[in-house]
Design a protein around this ligand. Structure first.
Ligand code: ZN
Length: 233
């Protein structure tokens, strides 16, 4: 199986579609006394937190970065609603995208780069294949001419160690794993990409799709995205 990194193309873009949206629930960032204020990337549109009562209300507000203890209280309360491969970090978002949209969208939209949206026909085409780990959740976008779906990408794939340059240390106090930058020709750790046809690279907002995912969308015509084949080692 081949894998491709998905990015918005440099342009000019064929499609006029634009959207402005946030996920329904967002965990706050953390204000750590040792390593400072931080939040990770990551969104799980399939996770419905409406059953968490008062916490759901809290997370619908835009929260300021909070203490490590308060963050842990919130993250622990969410645990029953998330799967084991849905890693929860400060700044993590849940539930459908909500906002506004205008214009016409291509089969696949990757702007901003950490969100993948597909059109209705693209979702239907993906559902006809025996793909793994592909879940598309209706985005609630006012003004949109057709239904768009956000494709959930879990942080399953890891970058190969030789592609990674650490740029901040891990923190024992709050559990921050430490930041890193990816080489421009980064590769995937082959041991981590065994099943899913779409995933996020752990510790980043980088989206990766399988060749069968990419080929399915390609049949529906051009999208304003660039695909780079990512080697696996
Ligand atoms: Zn810390």
């Amino acid at each position: 199986m081949r894998y491709y990194e998905v990015r918005a193309s440099q342009g000019p873009w064929r499609w006029s579609g634009r959207y402005d949206a946030e996920h329904r629930w967002v965990l706050p960032g953390v204000d750590c006394p040792r390593c400072g204020t931080w939040a990770g990337a990551g969104a799980y549109p399939t996770v419905d937190l409406s059953g968490t009562g008062a916490l759901a209300k809290e997370l619908e507000e835009t929260l300021l970065p909070t203490t490590v203890a308060e963050y842990r209280r919130m993250a622990a309360a969410i645990t029953p609603w998330v799967a084991v491969d849905q890693e929860v970090t400060p700044g993590c978002a849940f539930g459908p995208l909500r906002g506004t949209a205008s214009g016409d969208f291509g089969p696949l939209t990757a702007w901003p780069g950490w969100q993948l949206l597909v059109r209705e026909d693209a979702r239907a085409a993906l559902r006809e294949l025996p793909l793994q780990g592909v879940e598309a959740v209706p985005a609630q976008l006012q003004g949109s001419r057709g239904q768009l779906y956000e494709v959930e990408a879990r942080p399953i794939g890891r970058a190969h160690y030789a592609s990674v340059t650490p740029d901040s240390p891990s923190c024992d106090y709050c559990g921050h794993q430490g930041g890193f930058s990816l080489a421009t020709d980064w590769a995937l750790d082959a041991a981590t990409v065994s099943s899913s046809d779409v995933f996020r690279v752990w510790g980043t907002g980088v989206m990766v799709v399988s060749e069968r995912f990419a080929a399915t969308l390609d049949k529906l015509g051009p999208s304003d995205v660039e695909l780079r084949e990512v080697p696996t080692h």
